[in-house]
Write a protein that binds this ligand. Structure first.
Ligand code: PNS
Length: 166
């Protein structure tokens, strides 16, 4: 569509948390459509808890009533993916100062790789500022209750894997 503002919200999403959901929803303040890009972790040794297909599926289920959100897996460089998808904005959530250095480095590198791209950092709801997928994975796998931190569809999958305590 002409003049449509498309944002990419990239990440590992292993699994998507309520913090991600919050950032994706906030992206609509600056974009008409949000593409949630699930990266194949080509540069990481670990394969993760959920497969990339499962992560995409959980994002799709989470946003099944929101047609402006599309979940897509990608391989290779984020800027190439964004360009292919017609997106000019990368949206990343910044939870704390400790996130900043890595995020800033990626933003500058991505712009160096493709000048058509701007990275925008969004602050999450304070309620989600301490949330991360890795903590959710730990909590669920150690028998803790992940319910306050993830969408219902994710909770069901965690419970299927780790039992009703997750
Ligand atoms: O949720 P994460 O793990 O913090 O997300 C990191 C992600 C996927 C955004 C980053 O690793 C990425 O962009 N990967 C794609 C490969 C790429 O473009 N690398 C160069 C970044 S400057």
């Amino acid at each position: 569509m002409n003049g449509e503002r498309v944002a990419v919200c990239p990440g590992s999403f292993d699994p998507i948390t309520l913090g991600h959901v919050d950032i994706i929803r906030r992206s609509f303040r600056m974009a008409d459509r949000v593409i949630v890009g699930v990266a194949h972790s080509a540069t990481q040794v670990k394969s993760g808890m959920f497969t990339v297909d499962e992560r995409v599926e959980m994002i799709r289920e989470t946003f099944q009533d929101e047609p402006r959100v599309e979940a897509v897996a990608f391989q290779g460089l984020l800027v190439d993916f964004a360009r292919r998808m017609g997106a000019g904005i990368i949206v990343r959530g910044l939870r704390a100062v400790s996130d900043f250095e890595y995020e800033f480095q990626m933003a500058l590198m991505n712009r160096r790789l493709w000048d058509g791209m701007e990275t925008v950092f969004l602050a999450p709801d304070v309620e989600h500022s301490y949330l991360s997928s890795s903590l959710v994975r730990q909590i669920a796998s150690l028998g803790g209750d992940a319910a306050p931190f993830v969408p219902e569809v994710v909770l069901r999958r965690l419970q299927a894997r780790f039992g009703p305590g997750a």
